[in-house]
Design a protein around this ligand. Structure first.
Ligand code: AG3
Length: 281
């Protein structure tokens, strides 16, 4: 049998992974959820046909979303995570003894249930006593919050379908209000390469920049996301990701596979075409 998962990046470019066997497929109230077992990338999670993670390379995305802000403010205690139903960001956050509370807001409970059962590699720390899971729309959740979190991580889907509201000015404005004075917002920021993704990246940057005094973008190489070149947003009320990098992070002695403090300084240096797209956003 020749079974393949294919994601279309544009009408004229697509990416395929050979599948050993489908693991589970369900239709939730919000989206179609598939877990497939692949030969090269381990199990993969797909929402509405878009690849969310593979067991082989998810460490890159989850380490980069978590350790970048944590190394800038090692005093982070209260964290809000939006989306992230697979638990990958939570797994990285729970490595820090200094964190006392993690509120996770995921729209689709079925994503969490399926990841708990079929993707233990990412969901393994969802039962940590510091983690509180709320099944609701992140957009509505942050509206009710002010001056409560040191860090907000937005691990959303792409800006179409259920994730759309998490790319709006209203949402970023409410995140600003939900953050304390030293607050940091990190979000998945799409890819700069294919035109549709690049436009989404520009729109997100434009909105974040209009709300936060510090609004920067950093990059990572993720083999199974469109173009393999992925961006993240770092926004704050004042902290600078490079000037305020805490040299004490290394002495925590964490075993990371992608993130390190040298890369931390380098990943904010962007290719000229990306800088230009962001400036013209
Ligand atoms: N978050 C979404 C990444 C976007 C991928 N886009 C795509 N394949 N078109 C992933 C969730 C991981 N915790």
């Amino acid at each position: 049998m020749d079974l393949w998962f294919t994601e279309y990046y544009t009408k004229n470019a697509r990416f395929s992974i050979r599948i050993n066997k489908p693991v589970i497929s369900v239709e939730s109230e919000f989206q179609r959820i598939d877990v497939l077992d692949s030969y090269l990338f381990g199990r993969i999670l797909v929402l509405d046909g878009y690849l969310m993670l593979t067991e082989k390379d998810e460490f890159i995305y989850h380490e980069m979303m978590t350790h970048i802000p944590m190394a800038v403010n090692m005093g982070i205690r209260d964290v809000l995570v939006i989306g992230a139903g697979d638990g990958g960001v939570i797994r990285e956050l729970t490595k820090y003894d200094s964190i006392r509370r993690i509120d996770m807001v995921e729209l689709d409970k079925l994503v969490v249930d399926i990841c708990r059962e079929y993707l233990p590699q990412t969901s393994c720390k969802l039962d940590d006593p510091r983690v509180h899971i709320y099944y609701e729309d992140g957009l509505k959740f942050v509206r009710r919050k002010s001056d409560e979190y040191d860090l907000i991580i937005v691990d959303s889907t792409d800006p179409f379908g259920p994730g759309e509201g998490l790319f709006t000015r209203e949402f970023y404005g409410n995140c600003y209000k939900a953050l304390k004075g030293s607050g940091i917002l990190v979000n998945q920021h799409e890819s700069p390469y294919y035109p549709n993704d690049a436009r989404a990246m520009q729109r997100a940057h434009k909105q974040i920049r209009s709300v936060f005094p510090v609004a920067l973008v950093y990059q990572a190489h993720i083999p199974t996301y469109p173009s393999g070149h992925w961006l993240f947003g770092f926004a704050s009320k004042g902290l600078d990701p490079i000037a305020d990098l805490d040299p004490g992070w290394d002495s925590l002695g964490f075993k990371t596979r992608y993130y390190n403090t040298e890369l931390h300084k380098g990943c904010f240096a962007l290719p000229s075409y990306v800088k230009e797209l962001l400036e013209n956003a």
